[in-house]
Design a protein. Structure first.
Lengths: 153, 153
DNA sequence: TCTGAAAGTGCCAGAAT
DNA sequence: ATTCTGGCACTTTCAGA
């Protein structure tokens, strides 16, 4: 359970560049951070091994992939529910993009992607019928915006 | 504003593979989907051009990068607020990972990442003082879980 | 299929400890 | 002296036409 290993300015820059475009070449990164490509590769290998970089993913347009609807479903559980049981409500439901367990009024929040209203309804019903779930509240997402992604300190 | 272009099974597989690991080579993908590497490249180029693949990013461990706290901040706005004004509350606040505009009780939800409680407090205060914001409600995230990422239909 | 570019590896130099 | 990090040279693999 280590926490923050020694990350210098160059490591930060490399991470930022890879967050902006994960398919950048080492040579490209090397030029931007002013060290050689092999040196970049070694740093990236290290960052991965230390678990700072967990992986790389393609960002897709869900609308064009046939999942235009997005919603938060707040979940409330009965008092006996263990935290691990909470996480298990999402398993097998592919429409659940992320399940957040939370401290406070909703015990969890599921971020859903759905094809259409019927699909969304089906997913909500599935969640509502899950063991220990005592209630839900759904919040439709109209739009999202995020910063250019990478300048985060 | 086109929507769903012709995506065949191979395109879907390619997208899934790139979502699992965006740094996969065309040769690697080619082997897995049983076509040639140049054919994969052409498809990926097309998927990018059609806007199905928007970009590629590195997934980082925010805890180890010094941002261990995560929270939802529900935002309520006064009646005269335009939707575009809602999105603008997040600009300049690097701790806002995503701002969701929503239909219903909260008008928007900001997903926040913070260094520590003071940082979180600072961000919440910033949001509360934003123009048109009439109230907030904060929900701490205890944990997240997401499906292996890619099997989504 | 072919050419140039990038990835990946080994080796050595220099700096920091 | 040793450890860490970078550069260089080289081979293998990939990208792109």
């Amino acid at each position: 359970m280590s926490d923050q290993p020694d990350i210098d300015r160059t490591d930060e820059e490399i991470i930022t560049l890879l967050r902006q475009d994960a398919r950048r070449t080492f040579a490209d990164i090397a030029e931007r951070v002013s060290i050689s490509a092999p040196a970049v590769k070694r740093r990236v290998d290290r960052l991965q091994q230390e678990g700072l970089i967990v992986g790389y993913t393609a960002i897709v347009d869900h609308r064009r992939l046939g999942l235009p609807l997005q919603a938060f479903v707040e979940l409330r559980f009965d008092g006996r529910t263990k935290v691990d049981d909470i996480a298990s409500v999402a398993i097998g439901i592919t429409e659940v993009e992320t399940l957040y367990t939370t401290a406070g009024d909703p015990d969890a929040v599921a971020l859903i992607r759905a094809r259409d209203v019927d699909d969304l309804k089906r997913v909500i019903d599935l969640l509502r019928r899950s063991r220990h779930v005592t209630g839900t509240k759904t919040l439709m997402v109209l739009g999202t915006s995020e910063p250019p992604h990478g300048l985060r300190r």
